[in-house]
Design a protein around this ligand. Structure first.
Ligand SMILES: Nc1ncnc2c1ncn2[C@@H]1O[C@H](COP(=O)(O)OP(=O)(O)OP(=O)(O)O)[C@@H](O)[C@H]1O
Ligand SMILES: Nc1ncnc2c1ncn2[C@@H]1O[C@H](COP(=O)(O)OP(=O)(O)OP(=O)(O)O)[C@@H](O)[C@H]1O
Ligand SMILES: [Mg+2]
Ligand SMILES: [Mg+2]
Lengths: 165, 165, 165, 165
């Protein structure tokens, strides 16, 4: 099971549709400051159910929709899709590919999808339960967060530990 | 329940000891449960002793030493509870070249069983990736994807448009 | 007292606007007093708009953009109230090459009237220094000074003893 | 007025006496992780009156004395000297050179010196009052502290501003 593709449209600085295709091996994303690399990380966590705007560096959830630039107007819709290869049936879904998607409109309406069928957040969370993959999973280490475990006090570390293992 | 936690704790602790020495090229790292407290309540303390130095508080560690220690904890958790997928956003920012290379070597071990997505500015980390994506803003404020060769990545900072294929 | 503060605030604000544009190669930065509050009590807000982007909260800025904004604030204060001496410890850690070069250019302006001591891993920042010192641990755990040539500094990470003269 | 030299003996990882000589121009200090660069910054702030052990990354003030390594025993004394060129009489002292020193013994006794004469902390603080130079001055930007101004709330920023300007 591996992440095959992430597709972003209207999410933060990704006004135009952009796809990133991956292999099972290691991939690196590079580029200048402020060009959108960490926004891809935010997108990943957003699709997997991140509910805190602050957790996505925003003040409200609508902040994830492309806000426009000097030369382009804001969009009214943000969409992110994750495509997983599920040949080994690691995910509890009867399909060799699993696509998870999340859509948010500027009027506030939002939607989750699994393989193009509308579903609820809890359905998405259920797929990834206990895999370590998720908005809060230990499998996403955000920028500036590397030494979070060290900065925490010993009780907080216990919590982190229990959630991870 | 106590046994479950203590067993998994001991396992992660063992992993941490091994991985710490790999990351630092020596030294000793340890995870300890708070003493004189019920193991079900005890907090977790981190001990980090870089090669040749005496044990002292985490705070006295240098920026790079803190990063390496924290990364070792993540990998120690990861080894006990592998996730098929992991995103690391600029975890190598504080590392000098030598430590960056060691980090990459340890990462490659884990990459045999998990898919890693690295966001990085470091040439040393990028070179190891099997797939390299560039993100840049050809139109101001709008992210787009570019295919990058390592040679382009080296001149990246000076002129992102050079990397466009 | 109110005039004293407001005058110096306006001056620093002006400096920040100029320096921000220099650092980012464009865009607009501003410092604002909290509105509808007595200027003697008002807090200070920072507005940062990188070139081509729309104004949004500080939190949405990227790691490198935050560093540049913060450095611009420091320099803005510095310009109004120059200190003969300033130490900067790895302030360039999050900057890509292009921003690193801009930072150095602005630093060189201020270096005409103040003495700067830079701690850095960045080749771009080191190259500008008129005097370059190396610190390393030939004996484990014991710091010593070494004279460094830029060429040595490039191989530094791989073998600190190569830099010893 | 410029910093001519900093001398460290027994301070943190600087077991042996080490001098760094500076010119009025920009100097850079480079080296591998954990070799002592930020310790030099701590030393500078310590001599100028830093009273918080936490502010020097320690748990108690005695943490600044060299603690020993596998192959070397701990020392019982830490000493740091700063030598300033004062030809322009920027500092309110009748001397063309001003040396400020601080000594700490393991039994807890400590001493400040100005030009080799014992003095009190307040005498040292008096020399540098209003110059921006000092343990808390805005002229020292510590590692990981670059965006402190941005992370603060608007009231805290006001405080920082008032102290600096
Ligand atoms: N809703 C939005 N609409 C348009 N732009 C946005 C939106 N949200 C965030 N941005 C922009 O995205 C940029 C941040 O991108 P990101 O954090 O991904 O940068 P980065 O590539 O990780 O850079 P660094 O290397 O500095 O960490 C900011 O300039 C911000 O203004
Ligand atoms: N009292 C002491 N005795 C001996 N060693 C000490 C003492 N206090 C701190 N150290 C050591 O100094 C090292 C930290 O040095 P410092 O923070 O200056 O590194 P650095 O060169 O800034 O590295 P980086 O590039 O990673 O930031 C730590 O390994 C710490 O153990
Ligand atoms: Mg980023
Ligand atoms: Mg340091």
């Amino acid at each position: 099971m591996y992440l095959k593709r992430i597709s972003l449209t209207g999410f933060k600085s990704f006004a135009d549709p952009v796809d990133f295709d991956f292999d099972p091996g290691t991939s690196a994303i590079v580029g200048p400051n402020g060009c959108g690399k960490s926004n891809i990380v935010d997108a990943f966590r957003w699709v997997l159910g991140e509910r805190s705007a602050k957790g996505l560096r925003g003040s409200e959830m609508l902040d994830v929709i492309f806000k426009g630039t000097k030369t382009r107007s804001a969009l009214s819709r943000a969409e992110v899709r994750l495509l997983f290869d599920n040949d080994d049936h690691f995910l509890p879904i009867e399909a060799s590919e699993v696509e998870v998607a999340r859509i948010l409109l500027r009027d506030g309406t939002s939607e989750y999808q699994i393989n193009r069928r509308r579903c609820r957040l809890k359905d998405v969370l259920a797929i990834f339960a206990d895999t370590g993959i998720g908005a809060d999973g230990y499998s996403v280490l955000g920028q500036g967060r590397v030494d979070a475990f060290l900065r925490a006090n010993s009780q907080e570390r216990r919590k982190i530990f229990e959630e991870a293992a | 329940c106590r046994t479950l936690f203590t067993d998994s704790f001991q396992e992660v602790r063992q992993n941490f000891q091994e991985i710490f020495s790999m990351m630092f090229g020596g030294g000793t790292g340890d995870l300890k449960l708070e003493e004189n407290v019920d193991p079900l309540e005890a907090g977790i303390d981190v001990v980090a002793r870089p090669p040749g130095k005496r044990i002292s508080s985490l705070r006295l560690l240098s920026g790079g030493e803190r990063s390496l220690t924290a990364i070792s904890v993540i990998f120690a958790l990861f080894k006990s509870r592998p996730s098929p997928f992991c995103i690391l956003d600029e975890v190598d920012a504080a590392l000098d070249e030598k430590n960056n290379r060691r980090f990459v070597r340890v990462l490659n071990e884990f990459a045999k069983t998990s898919q890693f997505l690295l966001i990085t500015h470091s040439r040393i980390s990028m070179v190891e990736a099997e797939r390299l994506y560039g993100v840049t803003m050809e139109e101001q404020g709008v992210s787009c994807r570019v295919v990058v060769q390592i040679e382009d990545a080296k001149q990246w900072g000076d002129d992102p448009t050079m990397a466009v294929h």
